[in-house]
Design a protein around this ligand. Sequence first.
Ligand SMILES: Nc1ncnc2c1ncn2[C@@H]1O[C@H](COP(=O)(O)OP(=O)(O)OP(=O)(O)O)[C@@H](O)[C@H]1O
Length: 242
Amino acid sequence: MTAAPLQVKLKLSRQSTLGGFTLSAAFQAPPGITVVLGPSGSGKSTLLSVLAGLARPEEGHIAVGDEVWLDTARGLERPSHERALSMVFQKSALFPHLTALGNVMFALDRALSRASRRNEALALLRRMKVEHLAHRYPRHLSGGEAQRVSLARALARPPRLVLLDEPFSALDRQLRHTLAEDVLGHLRQFQVPILFVTHALDEAVQYGQSALLVMNGEVRFHPQATAALCASAMGLPPPGAT
Ligand SMILES: Nc1ncnc2c1ncn2[C@@H]1O[C@H](COP(=O)(O)OP(=O)(O)OP(=O)(O)O)[C@@H](O)[C@H]1O
């Protein structure tokens, strides 16, 4: 698969009894890890939902390379399941009627035999340290366990775009560190754009190649995720400052 950038242009408004919210974005994200940074409530999850096809903007154009996923001007909208995506969101999006094993098998290439998919899915669950939970249904998994099954599923097949919304938030510090290294290293090999929302400065600096800053619904792309930029986006002093 050739490395293709993500191109986004969109405007979305939400009105609720609590007030209004507008998100506007126009950027291009290259293959590699783009960290998505910004204060709570600034619109990061909303942006990822739109890219996943789970929310619809009033105006928008989304393409990965020459594959157009949304073009409101032409009335074109590719549904979520037809976008070649890997995603891990804060809240588990596992299929409730499938076991952990079934969820990962579902994401694997249909051209493989059932036995190969089963073996590969078990290997991915083992890698995420949840193989012993293979036969459990999502409702019987803790938040951190469900997150690890979602991570196993995200590794199953090369996508065109990866969306990670605080994918390690439910894990303890040690596990978070080990799995972040493994998962992000694996995903990087797909050579596709990876949007990674994090509130952890160390993660942003270690893994971010470029950055998207989301502030009050405005999205700005920065080609380099420097430590100073990441810290400032999080309202922290620059690393090394005393
Ligand atoms: N379903 C909804 N209906 C109406 N407003 C919503 C809905 N979901 C989120 N919002 C509002 O949209 C804005 C953006 O929320 P969003 O979840 O995208 O922020 P975020 O940057 O991801 O925050 P966090 O870092 O806390 O996860 C907020 O003002 C939020 O209150």
